[in-house]
Design a protein around this ligand. Structure first.
Ligand code: ADP
Ligand code: MG
Length: 646
């Protein structure tokens, strides 16, 4: 006599029900040898399925011992149990329990996926099994496209995928018509002949009588155990087909999980697209907003920079005080005195007013600025044509002018060289000696090229007739000491005027302020976008929770066919990650495209890698974070409860 493969000793199972637990199995003791064909028969509710779940290691007894091949099953942890399930047991259920969105072949492959069999080997074996069960031309059909009998044959193939040393069939013919039922029974006989141990559970005595041993169960107790046929010498036990999975790498599992995720996401395409949309909009918004924010910052800063960052600008009039004669406060001599201070490179007195320029038939109103010759250096102007006026011109009150590009464009024909021509400024003739290289608009949007420059002395005597200056521009040598210089100028002017009737503006600090303002703006835009990304993430979690709830049965099937908790966790995490990564990638493309379009429409944009990396990274992180909860819920599910769920 062969030793017992399965040995139950006084197995008790009770379910908690209100206060007192309800006993379903009352001390079952039995032994099943390798290669036996056993039927467990009993009325509905007698505890057959409960017993089968315990035999198949899907469930644990409340008390008693279960030895499998001499090993105490109670000592195995969850993963070792999963390994035992997938390597030894093959389940056949009354309701087939196939996964709806997978083909027949894919369903058959599942136990091998979890056992770590290589894809090609697995696929070939699944096809061979289906062929053996007469489903050669149905391998790519989905369960809904198959009849009940065909579905049950697919589930038999699945039970055999990893060898199926012990086949546990719970009412396998219960949902089938007589003919299909007979076919399934014939297949079980064939498997028995091939050496498989068959445990058939049924309420039907005629079906049970086909087995060589019938165990009768009543109210959770064995009431009869008889042999109907002499025990045959068992055929050699079928060898497990699966490799004894000793892999340590998780990579194949991850690849499988990604494939499964894509398949399941495709099944719910519309829902997937809606979920994606949340992430796409979030990521796209972050990228577009940051590109626009950075662009506007760069533009403002470059405009301030164009005005010169090493400048202090002194204007008449005390801050917040309106004096009647504020324009008379600064004089050319103030500028000269400031020029003598340490750390001052240039000090330029200027006086600007609206003037009318005429050349031939053309009149044009612009800003005429009288300044000293160092104006060009201090204000960072250069000439595109001709020259700037010199100290000699200032001393000699020369009637010469340098024109900005806008003025040239308005007075002269295209291509005409203004240098050497005479223009009338407020009806006084001036000779054009140079044209300024264009600068464009400044930070407040004023066209800086809409100007005429001339010696301060000439402007004062010929045009404006007064001795004061409206602005003194001070170029600082060492910006590190700009504050000391500013204080020195203030002290000097206060001493000269005996009151504070001037203001000093610092372009560098203006730039700092502008930069801060712009950063705040960018932060604001970015955080609004980030919130929409978060909302997208919550959407992902919501949909994943729905998905887990919908697929409880699938989770049960996967666990019954040998999935470990890690596999289930991985599968659902991967689904969330795939959604977020795909959404992130599309969002990056969309955000960049939106920013590009905005750039085309005239908004300044700056593209840089950090926002892209940050937005995509956040999407990925959101997948990880918001996918974990639903995935953990799935992985912690009890296989028996999961399988019982409708
Ligand atoms: P059978 O398969 O023989 O019809 P089951 O093993 O499914 O019987 O059920 C046996 C008894 O255990 C039934 O009375 C049933 O109500 C009870 N039972 C089964 N599963 C549970 C459960 N999860 N919780 C509480 N009672 C259960
Ligand atoms: Mg049952």
């Amino acid at each position: 006599m062969a030793p017992a493969l399965i040995e139950l000793r006084d197995i008790v199972k009770s379910y908690p029900s209100g206060g007192t637990p309800v006993r379903v199995l009352h001390g079952i003791t039995l032994a099943i040898r390798e290669g036996e064909f056993v039927a467990i028969v009993g009325q509905s509710g007698s505890g057959k399925s409960t017993l089968m779940n315990i035999l198949g290691c899907l469930d644990k007894p409340s008390s008693g011992e279960y030895l499998f091949a001499g090993r105490d099953v109670a000592r195995l942890d969850a993963d070792a149990l999963a390994a035992l399930r997938r390597g030894t047991f093959g389940f056949i259920f009354q309701r087939y329990n196939l996964i709806g969105n997978e083909t027949a072949a894919e369903n058959v492959e599942i136990p091998a996926v979890y056992a770590g069999m290589a894809r090609r080997e697995r696929s070939a074996r699944a096809r061979a099994l289906l062929e053996r069960l007469g489903l050669r031309d149905r391998v790519d059909y989905r369960p809904t496209q198959l009849s009940g009998g065909q579905q049950q044959r697919v589930s038999i193939a699945r039970a055999l995928m990893n060898g199926g040393r012990v086949i546990l069939a719970d009412e396998p013919t219960g949902a089938l018509d007589t003919k299909s039922g007979r076919e399934v029974m014939a297949q079980l006989h064939e498997l028995h002949r091939a050496g498989h141990t068959i445990i058939l559970i049924t309420h039907d005595h005629t079906v049970a009588s086909e087995a060589e041993r019938v165990i009768q169960l009543r109210d959770g107790e064995v009431v009869d155990d008889r042999r109907t046929a002499p025990a045959r010498a068992p055929a050699p036990a079928p060898q497990p087909a699966a490799p004894s999975a000793t892999r340590t790498s998780l990579l194949p599992d991850v690849i499988e999980a990604v494939k499964m995720a894509l398949r399941s996401l495709r099944t719910n395409l519309f829902r997937t697209v809606l979920t994606l949309l949340g992430i796409i909009i979030g990521v796209g918004a972050v990228i577009a907003m940051l590109a626009l924010g950075d662009g506007s910052k760069a533009q403002v800063l470059s405009r301030i920079e164009a005005m010169g960052t090493d400048l202090l600008v002194v204007r008449p009039g005390a801050r917040n005080v309106r004096t009647r004669d504020e324009s008379a406060a600064l004089v050319a001599e103030d500028a000269e005195a400031i020029g003598e201070l340490p750390n001052v490179r240039e000090s330029v007195g200027e006086h600007a007013r609206g003037v009318t320029v005429r050349y031939g038939e053309n009149d044009y109103v612009t800003l005429g600025t009288g300044a000293t010759a160092n104006y060009a250096r201090a204000r960072n102007w250069s000439t595109a044509r001709g020259t700037f006026f010199s100290d000699a011109d200032v001393r000699g009150v020369a009637p010469v002018a340098v024109l900005g590009k806008t003025v040239v464009d308005n007075l002269f024909r295209r291509g005409e060289n203004p240098v050497g021509r005479y223009v009338l400024i407020n009806n006084i003739p001036f000779q054009v000696i140079g044209v300024l290289a264009p600068k464009g608009a400044n930070s407040s949007g004023t066209d800086m090229d809409d100007t005429i420059l001339m010696p301060l002395s000439t402007a004062r005597m010929r045009l404006f007739g007064r001795n004061y200056v409206r602005v003194i521009t001070v170029q600082v040598a060492d910006m590190e000491q700009v504050e000391e210089t500013e204080a020195a100028i203030a002290a000097l002017l206060t001493e000269r005027h005996r009151k504070v009737d001037f203001q000093i503006r610092n372009n560098a600090s203006l730039m700092e302020t502008a930069s801060e303002t712009q950063n705040t703006m960018t932060m604001l835009l970015g955080s609004i976008a980030a919130i929409s990304l978060l909302v997208g993430g919550i959407g992902v979690m919501n949909i994943m929770l729905v998905s887990v709830t919908e697929r409880i049965r699938e989770i049960g099937i996967r666990m019954a066919t040998g999935a470990r908790m890690l596999h289930i966790l991985l599968q659902f995490m991967t689904e969330a990650l795939v959604v977020c990564s795909v959404g992130g990638a599309i969002g990056v493309a969309g955000g960049l495209a939106a920013a590009w379009v905005a750039g085309r429409l005239g908004s300044p944009v700056v593209f840089s890698l950090p926002p892209v990396a940050m937005a995509f990274g956040s999407a990925f992180l959101i997948g990880l974070l918001f996918g974990f909860l639903p995935a953990r819920r799935a992985a912690r599910m009890d296989p028996v409860t999961a399988l019982a769920t409708e």
